[in-house]
Design a protein around this ligand. Structure first.
Ligand SMILES: Cc1ncc(COP(=O)(O)O)c(C=O)c1O
Length: 197
């Protein structure tokens, strides 16, 4: 049992690992397959770790100033993590999202205090199917808003705070909990996004 925490941000990470022995047997492989239950993070995904990692690295580097607005392109996962972290740390957050993404995600981010900007899909696009072209439109709008508001772009696809959060926390906690049980582990969240051990 973890101690009482000072903030919801402290509840990010430290998620359980579960042995998938039936799957291991079914696949007929040797070793141990473990599931990392990152949907138990406060924002329901592993992106909470990346959101915290990017914000904390930017705070340390001084590239994110106190009270500065944060902007990010998102389909809702990273945006939910950023809405939580920014809400606690005092940064207004703007999630820029395609109209083709889920309306529920937009509502969830708004409920967490984010401003959500929805971007039209390309003509002829299908709602629920966000194409590369749709994503480019969202990226363009995120860039425009970032410049207009003098904001900090979280930039999940490029900032090292993203992968480093997993290197420092997901990998380490999985590795230490699995230590002694397997010589090599392949870790994935319940959302099936794999990462190397
Ligand atoms: C097509 C596409 N859109 C958006 C994202 C960003 O996702 P999110 O911000 O919801 O984590 C990703 C992946 O990370 C993606 O592949």
């Amino acid at each position: 049992m973890r101690p009482v925490m000072d903030s919801i941000v402290d509840a990010i990470g430290g998620t359980p690992l579960v042995r998938l022995d039936r799957l291991t047997r079914h696949l007929g492989v040797s070793g141990t397959i473990l599931a990392k239950l990152d949907y138990l993070n406060p924002g329901f995904s592993k992106k909470d770790r990346a959101a915290l990692g990017i914000i904390e690295e930017a705070e340390r580097a001084g590239t994110l100033k106190p009270g500065q607005t944060v902007v990010e392109l998102t389909s809702g996962n990273m945006g939910t993590g950023l809405a939580i972290v920014c809400g606690i740390r005092g940064y207004p957050f703007i999630a820029v999202m395609s109209k083709g993404n889920s309306e529920e995600r937009a509502r969830m981010m708004r409920a967490l205090g984010a401003e959500v900007v929805l971007v039209d899909q390309l003509p002829g696009s299908v709602p629920g199917q966000v194409s590369g072209g749709d994503l480019a439109l969202v990226d363009g709008e995120a860039k425009r808003i970032t410049q207009e508001r003098g904001a900090f772009r979280a930039d999940q696809f490029h900032r090292d705070g993203n992968w480093r959060a997993h290197y420092r926390t997901t990998g380490r906690s999985s590795g230490s909990r699995a230590a002694g049980r397997s010589t090599r582990s392949s870790i994935s969240s319940a959302r099936a996004a794999a990462m190397p051990a």
